[in-house]
Design a protein around this ligand. Sequence first.
Ligand code: T1G
Length: 697
Amino acid sequence: MSQVIRYERIDDIAVLAAQNPPVNALGVDVRRGLLAGIERAEAEGARAVLIYGEGRTFFAGADIREFGKPPQDPWLPALCDRIEASPLLVVSALHGTALGGGLEVALSCHYRIAVPSAKIGLPEVNLGIIPGAGGTQRLPRVTGVEAALDMITTGRHVRAPEALSMGVLDCVKEGDPREIGLAYARELLDNNAPRRAVCDMPAPAPIDFDAAYDAVLKKGRGQLSPAVAVRAVQAACEADDFAAGQARERELFMELMTSDQRKGLIHAFFAERAVSKLPELQGVEPRPLHQIGVIGGGTMGAGIATAALLAGLDVVLLEMSPEAAHAARDRIAANLSGAVKRGKLSSDAHDDILQNRLTLATDYDALSHVDLVIEAVFEDMAVKKQVFARLDAVCKDGAVLATNTSYLDINEIAGSISRSSDVVGLHFFSPAHVMKLLEVVVADQTAPEVVATGFALGKRLGKVSVRAGVCDGFIGNRILSTYRACADHMVLDGASPYQIDKALTDFGFAMGPFAVSDLAGLDIGWATRKRKRAAGQDPRVRDSSYADKLCEAGHFGQKTGKGYYLYEKGQRAGLPNPEVMPLIEADRAAQGLAPRVFTDEEIVRRYMTAMVNEAAKVVGEGIARRPLDVDVTLLYGYGFPRYWGGPLKWADLNGLADVLTDIRNWSEDDAYFWQPAPLLEQLVAEGRSFDDLNKEN
Ligand code: T1G
């Protein structure tokens, strides 16, 4: 008898209870248990079958860990057909998240009941595939094409009340899934309710599927699975019969299952869960977190305070004057109002936060009892050291002292006070209450429980936290500065900022590097270039002046309405700024550079290879623990297209040997910039991949 599907008889109802924690994934043993259960119920003369999940949820989908391995009988589509074909009345009782194959099992049942908190969904497109067990054929028969396309192409979760109104659920009732399921099955039997196989329902009315396909493909920015799902739903309307529609779904599903995008998206799914699992934190207890202090109420500080307040933490916000403190409060109030507008926060909660949970202060003594302090003051080492000296004097023993610095040496900050082991970097990304990435930067003396506390705060704030070591730019900004420099080099050598931006948005980025610079503010890059020149950068670094000239003219991008692009009032998307190319041409002439033609493919190849090479150095130096840590950083902080899984997954998919060959070829023109990462050379020599490294750590 199956260990993962418990079989019971309650009078004439057979009960199949899934017991496969944590999410009752439909692995082969679960499928075999369900099949055996259905067959046993029929053999024993039951009149109905109830299927439900023990633990936190109904089946949350196929077992993603089986992807890429040879499928084992019974395949999920066949199992769903078998459940549907049973002569018994089959009822499913849903709770938690009935997703993917889980919802497909429920749709193959004849009736569906759920608790009010249950959610359903077909999120397969987020894994680079489409529903492959009849979901694209059964859902449209139940809800109609429009509602089915919305669910399937977005992968969104639908709450039980909406699912009831869509016709996916027959009943929503408070209670224990098993109990409400049994009562519902009993009621159906008593009323002689008929079997109601969805496959026997008429094919749904068609829509203009070509228009739907084009619209979804455009929205997907290069991701294929949502658009392919449109074609599968089209088959539900146009195929000769249900079986033919299922065959078309299977054909499209198998095509996507072998795609690089499926490999990239599955990698992203598991990487974003693995990134917070660090061996050095096993068994390490984080310190308690009830109230935190934030120093500096500018955009970043106010964003951090907002994130903490939204997560239910109390916040003491310290500014240098009452006026600055109130300005910070206004920024926080505006952030919270945004959350109310987006339906993420009730207006009562909004008021409660501002009246009772946020404390403004101008004296460090107000921080004497907080559990953790994050400073987000001016990026100047002397200023940071002054702040930490005050914290050292005022904060209680065990308080975690965190800096939000983007690039200053955290070892130097930590070394300037008596409790270096309590110091950690918490590098948020602006806007801090929206961006999910948090780099937890571990200095030489940082205590393990302080690192654990940083991760615990990140989890509490709903962030994706990545451990980083100390270097200029940690993980993300260090890699960014390299691939951004590569873009500048291509501009000097003949490409335009506009061709580069388009080539990279066609590759899948939401925005190209020059549009991103306009968004972030050209003055930030300008300050960094000046800082690095003043610090005495290597003379072999290829420098340029065209961007400086833009800034000297006061053009900082979106915030001044002009940068690489011109921004009409209120327009986010800009038009190329005609003043830019003359500055670039003058720069090329001054450096004696003859511009050449770049293809979009070469632009992407160089940009990605620069990113991969620097990422390999970051992993090789231990700044990032594993390649997946870099992938997650770029996915969550830099708009990297998720269906590639991250830069190092992209490199594995494209072949490390070819990446290294390109670097060696290009190093003939610029040996300083194109120095191969030792780790990359080692992996190629050993015939290993970045994924192999992920598996070793
Ligand atoms: N398969 C295997 N493991 C899974 C899994 C799955 N489907 N879903 C979750 N896990 C693991 C996860 O890796 C983690 O493991 C633990 O469960 C807790 O997950 C034919 C082919 C259900 C909303 O896409 O969206 O069906 O890190 O940390 O935040 O059409 O997990 O503890 O070792 O995310 O409470 C379709 C994917 C599959 C759902 C719960 N289903 N999962 O979120 O916990 S394709 C999905 C989720 C399919 C058919 C096709 C979420 C969740 P570990 P968690 P959570």
